[in-house]
Design a protein around this ligand. Structure first.
Ligand code: NAG
Ligand code: NAG
Ligand code: NAG
Length: 437
């Protein structure tokens, strides 16, 4: 292990971001876990078990139902795809019953539809569900993934020592790189360290991973979503600066269209994930999703915010009496002025919509030439507003209003913008909330 580690460091030491050219914007796709879990019972539940058939069906739907057209690209397996035992030569094997044609065949199918293929492993002795982990077999598993033409690898962190992750995650990344196949590398490195009371070294994590999980797995409930929103808001000073093209914070899957979120709450997740520059990985049954939830997932204007080329993660700039305002700097930019996506979130439970009124200037949008303001869910174009204009939005309980404020001059400096130039917006400004008595 030590010799491999020295080799790893001599080859990858000295580079400062994961130089695989991938994930220049947050990855978009479909991921099995939140909705389909570790259902391996293909005998009694053939339509919902983790199987070749499930992934081929979802691949078809991603294309036929228009998700691919708006940017969803990866079809990702999560845990529970493996045989419990490795082959005699140490190779990892897909479950023979549930993946009877092997993973190269599934991968070929996904690629034949113009999509990309993601897979799951675990930096530890076992995956979270008890299947074989990569410890001791890193070279084998990276080689198997490459042989199956995998495009995206999520490496979980169960049954592992979080103190060893500073070595182990880069080591597996080294083996991925050595295959010569470009694969997005998704790490669970910081979240397991945080759980273990270790302060993650984000300098190293950014060097070695395209995305990483900071916090709990999402569950199918508004309280789970709220806890994630609070975690990212409360810890934003440590989290936001780590995001940028090629390296993203991952607040976990989109659960829109499942059982736990209302329509308003679903709009909230989509808009906030766009503000957070989050990967958009749907975990939902695309066979049965209702049209209004599909429309949220396919909202091109909100996806454009998520995929903004500057890659600056947004932040919570206001929180008072259940009203939050979140802002993300986006293109176009002019001189030192950014455009912004602004989201007004209502966490109140008093059952009636809240009015929030504020000037653009109070939100930190100061460009004298003004901004073209558009609502990204409702078909409302506010026209061009000066920084002094007061805007008023009505926000439903547990719902959100998201506006796009585009600066009125387009210029050629976009590629020179860096997230480090972003100074936090004013933390305190004057918001009048008419319904607060
Ligand atoms: C492997 O790493 C090198 C150095 O960072 C990089 O230039 C190359 O593109 C990487 N290759 C793959 C396949 O990721
Ligand atoms: C993994 O298994 C090996 C061999 O049994 C053992 O020595 C090691 O402590 C285990 N590692 C973890 C993190 O459990
Ligand atoms: C964090 O990682 C970087 C890059 O690998 C390294 O240079 C630095 O010494 C590490 N910092 C700490 C506190 O370990």
């Amino acid at each position: 292990m030590f010799i491999i580690w020295c080799l790893v460091m001599s080859i990858i030491g000295g580079t400062f971001t994961l130089d695989n050219g991938l994930a220049r914007t947050p990855p978009m796709g479909w991921l099995a876990w939140e909705r389909f879990r570790c259902n391996t019972d293909c005998k009694n539940d053939p339509d919902n078990c983790i199987s070749d058939q499930l992934f081929r069906t979802m691949t078809d739907l991603v294309v036929d139902e228009g998700y691919a057209d708006v940017g969803y690209e990866y079809v990702n397996i999560d845990d529970c795809w493996m045989e419990k035992d490795r082959a005699p030569n140490g190779d990892i094997l897909p479950d023979r019953q549930r993946f009877p044609y092997g993973l190269k065949s599934l991968s070929d199918y996904i690629h034949s539809k113009g999509l990309k293929f993601g897979i799951y492993g675990d930096y530890g002795n076992y995956t979270c569900a008890g299947y074989p982990g990569v410890l001791g077999y890193m070279g084998n598993d990276a080689a198997s993934f490459a042989a199956w033409d995998v495009d995206y690898v999520k490496l979980d962190g169960c049954y592992a020592n979080p103190h060893e992750m500073d070595q182990g995650y880069p080591e597996f990344g080294f083996h991925l790189n050595r295959t010569g196949r470009q694969m997005i590398y998704s790490c669970s490195w910081p979240v397991y360290q945080i759980y273990a009371g270790i302060k993650p070294n984000f300098t190293a994590i950014i060097h070695h991973c395209n995305l990483w999980r900071n916090y709990d797995d999402i569950q199918d409930s508004w309280s789970s979503l709220e806890s994630i929103i609070d975690y990212y808001g409360n810890n934003q000073d440590n989290i936001v600066p780590n995001a940028g093209p090629g390296h993203w914070n991952d607040p976990d899957m989109l659960i829109i269209g499942n059982f736990g979120l209302s329509y308003e709450q679903s709009k909230t997740q989509m808009a906030l994930w766009a503000i957070l520059a989050a990967p958009l990985l749907m975990s939902v049954d695309l066979r049965t999703i209702r049209p209004e939830y599909k429309a949220i997932l396919q909202n091109r204007k909100i996806i454009a915010v998520d995929q903004d080329p500057l890659g600056i993660q947004g932040r919570r700039i206001y929180k008072h009496k259940g009203i939050e305002i979140w802002a993300r700097p986006i293109t176009p930019i002019y001189q030192s002025y950014y455009s912004y996506a602004i989201a007004f979130l209502n966490r109140r439970t008093d059952g009636t919509p809240s009015d929030v009124s504020v000037t653009l200037k109070e939100l930190g949008l100061q460009y004298p030439g003004g901004y073209r303001v558009e609502d990204l869910y409702e078909d409302v174009d506010y026209g061009v507003l000066s920084p002094e204009t007061k805007i008023k939005v009505k926000v439903n309980p547990s719902g959100i209003v998201i506006l796009r404020c585009d600066i009125q001059r387009v210029n050629s400096f976009v590629s020179r913008a860096r997230y480090t130039e972003f100074s936090p917006l004013h933390e305190v400004f004057n918001v009048r909330q008419n319904s607060f008595k």
